[in-house]
Write a protein of this length. Structure first.
Ligand code: TEU
Ligand code: CA
Length: 555
């Protein structure tokens, strides 16, 4: 096994996710764009990150903000041109920043020519690029519910058949059983790799292979059946990824991370095992799903720290020596980390730094979602008209109209977990619209931008931004942070997240207080000295509210 534990750049890297629509608008149309990103590369370089993950920038009618692609080889007009993209790549590479692209190939837009062809008639050569089935007695082929609400099947009058869409009806699922589809995808990937991109984040890659007899799913919430057991980690998914690896990935020095929706530890070992020839890493979501309840993610229950820690521990232990882990608190589908796990008010700054410490001192490749390095918080929308995300809007109607949830309660759920919480514009300065745009932003700016913005933090040594800079720099300096063994301490504590890292004679101890109260721990730290902490003074073994301390062994 040891031979697979070679050092690689993507194990040592810190990745920064850009959601282009909300990052920086260069031309005043209210939509972030590629030239906006180019203008902020120095900001990212200064933060110290190594890799940028760009959420989709391809041509798209934006039913799902670019996760519905109508041309894989063209840039979304709102975002700029292919020349802009080439310049972005060059300017990034000049600064030693790599760029990984979002690869969305479980589905396309219904406006992709493959689909318009496929849709046109049963004999069309593209018909079999998608998943078409006959209905049953005037009903859809089976009872599957779409993850974005309603049936997962859309009826087409022209041919009297249905097509499958796990997401919106404008996101028809590709038929990976069809060899031609796979060839098209691989060719497209090669085309981008030949332009010089450094890898892919693969959207819902765990869903590409479906059980072919399309059985009904277990009914949930009264009406639709759960498609997950028949689509997640389907019968041929590993075969497809091994093929993709052979045909494409293995030919380049790149990194890959699969968004493995619903992944278990056992499955993750298959996707990302060092000896599997599939992907380098996957994202798992168990820590994100701990707050789920009877309406799935739409819930407002508090999260148990003990359970949260158990997830991190399980994944570290489970993958140890077998595959490489990833670490994240947030992304464009999740609420803001400070709002979810920290404190938006009195301890905003302390808790943001504490969360950064907790994540970045663990083993795995860490991801920073845009604005997290500033401690950006949830959107705080109070009216449904402020929301833009189709998942949120669909759920709002579905839960109120069909599932008996009150409007007030639904607004609370949205404020807690809507994807738009992370999609408000990046807060650059305290000028109008937070310096994101000179026009009308496509989604409202968080009104707290006068307090939380990059300009006020970049030159302030005590800022969250500068703290993140330290965390990232430490990872680059110290092998123990990247490669050291991980051991959870006090697993039963509901207050303290603490762990030990070890690499040969070196040792780190990390203590994080997840509460608003002072806590005490019992730990002999003789022979250790403080390496990093988020309060000026430390008073160990007392941990002040949201305090984080990293100790290093004197050797
Ligand atoms: O998300 C996949 C996914 O599993 C989502 O349904 C996720 O559970 C949900 O957004 C959480 O609220 C990916 C992308 O990250 C997401 O933005 C896309 O909408 C989706 O795929 C479809 O492409
Ligand atoms: Ca723009």
């Amino acid at each position: 096994m040891m031979k697979y534990m070679n050092k690689t750049w993507w194990k040592e890297a810190v990745v920064y996710q850009i959601y282009p629509r909300s990052f920086c608008d260069s031309n005043g149309d209210g939509i972030g764009d590629i030239r906006g990103i180019i203008g902020k590369l120095d900001y990212l370089k200064r933060l110290g990150i190594d890799v940028i993950w760009l959420s989709p920038i391809y041509q798209s009618p934006n039913d799902d903000n670019g996760y519905d692609i109508s041309d894989y080889r063209a840039i979304m007009q709102d975002f700029g041109t292919m020349d802009d993209f080439q310049e972005l790549l060059e300017e990034a590479h000049k600064r030693n920043l790599r760029i990984i692209m979002d690869l969305v190939v479980n589905h396309t837009s219904d406006e992709h020519t493959w689909f318009t062809q496929s849709h046109s008639d049963k004999e069309n050569p593209y018909r079999d690029y998608y998943i078409w089935r006959e209905g049953k007695n005037g009903n859809p082929p089976n009872n599957w519910g779409s993850w974005f609400g309603g049936s997962a099947w859309q009826y087409d009058e022209k041919t009297d058949m249905y097509y499958l869409h796990i997401f919106s009806k404008k996101q028809p699922d590709l038929n990976w059983e069809n060899e031609k589809v796979r060839r098209e995808v691989y060719d497209m990937m090669l085309w981008w790799l030949d332009k010089g991109v450094d890898g892919f984040r693969m959207d819902v890659i765990s869903l590409i292979s479906k059980v072919q007899d399309f059985p009904d799913g277990k009914v949930y919430q009264g009406k639709y059946g759960d498609l997950t057991p028949y689509c997640a980690h389907g019968p041929r998914v590993h075969e497809y990824l091994q093929e993709m690896n052979r045909e494409v990935l293995s030919k380049y020095d790149i990194m890959t991370v699969g968004e493995a929706a619903c992944v278990t530890l056992e499955e993750a070992k298959k996707y990302a095992g060092f000896d599997r020839g599939e992907l380098d890493t996957v994202f798992q979501f168990e820590h994100m799903d701990l707050g789920n309840g009877k309406y799935g993610k739409w819930n407002d229950a508090p999260i148990s720290l003990r359970k949260l820690k158990a997830v991190f521990e399980k994944w570290d232990k489970g993958l140890d020596g077998i595959a490489w882990n990833t670490l994240f608190w947030s992304n464009h589908d999740q609420p803001r980390a400070v709002s979810r796990f920290g404190d938006e008010n009195t301890y905003w700054e302390k808790s943001a730094k504490m969360l950064g410490t907790c994540l970045h001192m663990m083993r795995g490749t860490p991801y920073v979602y845009q604005g997290e390095e500033l401690g950006m918080v949830n959107a705080g929308f109070t009216d449904i008209t402020q929301y833009r995300d189709l998942e949120s809007i669909n759920a709002y109607h579905d839960l109120i109209e069909n599932q008996g949830v009150s409007e007030e309660k639904m607004m609370v759920y949205l404020q807690k977990v809507s994807r738009d919480n992370a999609r408000t514009p990046m807060q650059w300065d305290d000028s109008q619209n937070a310096g994101f745009t000179t026009g009308e932003p496509w989604i409202e700016v968080n009104p707290d931008y006068k307090k939380i913005n990059a300009k006020s933090q970049i030159n302030n040594p005590a800022s969250i931004y500068n703290y993140y800079q330290k965390l990232i720099a430490l990872r680059h300096e110290k092998d123990i942070i990247v490669y050291g063994d991980f051991e959870m301490l006090y697993p039963e504590s509901e207050e303290i997240f603490a762990y030990r890292r070890k690499l040969e004679k070196e040792e780190l101890l990390v203590f994080c207080n997840f509460t608003k109260d002072t806590q005490q721990v019992s730990m002999n730290i003789k022979g250790f000295h403080p390496l990093l902490h988020n309060y000026e003074e430390i008073d160990f073994p007392n941990l002040k509210p949201y305090e984080a301390i990293v100790f290093e062994k004197n050797i």
